[in-house]
Design a protein around this ligand. Sequence first.
Ligand code: TMP
Length: 227
Amino acid sequence: MKGIFITLEGIEGSGKSTQIRHVYDFLKQAGLRCVITREPGGTIIGRKIRSILLDPDSIHIDPVAELLLYASDRAQHIREIILPLIQAGEVVICDRYFDATLAYQGFARGLDMGFIHELHRLACRNLMPDLTILLDLPPDTGLARAWKQLETGYRPGNESRFERETFTFHERVRAGYLELAGAEPNRFRIVDASPNERQVQEQIIEVLKATPRLFSDAFLQKIRENA
Ligand code: TMP
């Protein structure tokens, strides 16, 4: 049996890391075997790459070098974690994936989209998610949340390179994500991430219930019973 590949995307402070646990709990309760992973940093090698990429001391990183590091992290992640789990029939729920590269390195940094797609084909087997949930909210709200997490130590200070980018950069990331979602309405679902955790969770559960093409009849029966 082939598994299912679900990704969560969004700007800084959109609540992906909190909401991914709710996705996991919901699918698990309905009897599916699920694994949470993330990019960058889903493997041991990826965690080393993550520390380079998110360190504010890497501020002068060349945009192409940045792109290649995200692709390296992803190549390793696909080979070591994502593909074996999908082949074993698991639901892989990933905190960011290739759409983040398109939004951040493509739309926001302005790197060539053709080059980014070609790199994905060559290094990452063109593997795309079955479902992508985009947590959308205005950058001022997201950045305020993200800085609060940094100030309270919930998120480590040595992972703050992107929070330090300009407001315009974050606006371009958001606009990029919305454009990607508009171009692939079958794969993307947009969720309003502005309200509180519970309200966002409810929207996401509705999305999962309304995506029958991904799930087996047994699963759908179970979620109807749990509803
Ligand atoms: P996060 O794991 O806390 O979301 O942080 C990852 C950061 O890396 C976030 O600012 C978005 C950025 N990023 C990219 O720029 N390109 C990518 O391909 C990915 C996966 C993340």
